[in-house]
Design a protein around this ligand. Structure first.
Ligand code: AHN
Ligand code: ZN
Length: 342
């Protein structure tokens, strides 16, 4: 056999030329007892091409939500917008399950809860979870004016949903890989206003009531998924996305996968490969701790504020802050990650 030949082509071998020639002869001629390895023509299956994410369409889905008015739980605008979201997801071919219930807010308000779950290809056992909150903050506690009035929540509430509705339009046509679940969580943003201590131990529990409800009552028993991606405030002009610290703690491999993918398709300028601790709580936390689905949060970090954008929980969070270029970077990246799953 050829083993001695390979050994003799070592660095120390003086007559490596002879060895090489011998090796070539071996391969070229073959012999009765050493069959030549035949390389068959390999026909690889065509890789399904990732669809193009239409940022203008995502933008229109955000404008549509904002046009209903602030989506504060218990209001008519909230109900009507919820109906429209369900309608849009069904039109994209999803099987939609709604979870309703009542939760009590930090100020003892009883709030109706409506989580919206859109299943694509529910018969597939392998799943990927994409989620965003669809409710908006009932007050503008970070503003100087009209602090008791609800905000538009174009970015905080509207943007994640807008991106997911646009991704949803492609999912029925995804013939390969895991099925996708889109979860629109409710009553994320009814948390207790914080003073100087942003991550106050007691106030943490007052946020993310819809996702807390979901993890205790998943739409299918023993629900799990390969991984989860939460989108929160993903539409502001010039937004950058740093690797959010809780995501790095719970699901570092998912963070790396998403940030690498962004860089590979040309969005490395927005997906900065640097960790920042600036989120106290978000919907990905209960999904990680209770359901144990490794889940990350794609959420804007603004180096200027060392936190969220300056519009956060103010009346400036309106359509003026939304830029299709940001939606494109996030939407195309998430679509690419989902399409690459086999
Ligand atoms: C805090 O980190 C306190 N809140 C992040 C959750 C949130 C509120 N996302 C949007 N609004
Ligand atoms: Zn918020």
């Amino acid at each position: 056999m050829g083993t001695w030949v390979i050994k003799s082509i070592g660095k120390g071998s003086k007559d490596w030329r002879l060895a090489m020639i011998t090796a070539l002869l071996f391969v070229a001629c073959g012999s009765d007892d050493t069959p030549v390895t035949e390389v068959p023509d390999v026909v690889l299956p065509e890789l399904p091409a990732t669809p193009l994410f239409d940022a203008d369409s995502a933008y229109a889905y955000i404008a549509e939500q904002v046009a209903f008015g602030p989506r504060v739980p218990g209001t008519e605008a909230h109900r009507q917008c919820g109906d429209r979201l369900v309608e849009r997801l069904k039109r994209s071919g999803a099987e939609v399950i709604e979870q309703t219930g009542t939760v009590v807010s930090f100020n003892k308000e009883r709030l109706p809860l409506r989580n919206i779950i859109a299943q694509f290809h529910p018969e597939r056992t392998e799943r990927v979870l994409l989620f965003a909150h669809w409710d908006t903050r009932p007050f503008a506690d970070k503003d100087e004016e009209r602090t008791n009035e609800p905000i538009d929540g174009a970015n905080d509430g509207g943007s994640g949903v807008g991106v997911l509705l646009e991704i949803a339009r492609h999912l029925a046509a995804k013939k390969h890989g895991p099925g996708v679940d889109i979860l629109l969580t409710d009553v994320e943003d009814h948390g207790q206003p914080s003073g100087a201590m942003a991550f106050d131990e007691n106030s943490i529990d007052t946020w993310c009531l819809g996702s807390r409800y979901f993890v205790k009552n998943p739409h299918v028993p023993n629900y799990t998924a390969r991984f989860g991606i939460l989108l929160d405030m993903v539409g502001a002009r010039d937004a950058k996305f740093y690797q959010e610290a809780l995501s790095m703690q719970f699901a570092p491999a998912v963070v790396r996968k998403v940030w690498k993918t962004a860089s590979a398709i040309g969005h490395g300028d927005r997906f900065v490969q640097e960790t920042k601790y600036f989120v106290g709580i978000d919907d990905h936390v209960p999904v990680n701790t209770v359901l144990r689905i490794p889940s990350i949060d794609i959420i804007q970090y603004d180096p200027a504020t060392q936190a969220f954008g300056p519009y956060w929980h103010t009346h400036d969070d309106n359509m003026d802050v939304i830029d299709p270029a940001t939606l494109k970077a996030v939407g195309q990246t998430v679509l690419e990650v989902v399409w690459k799953e086999r």
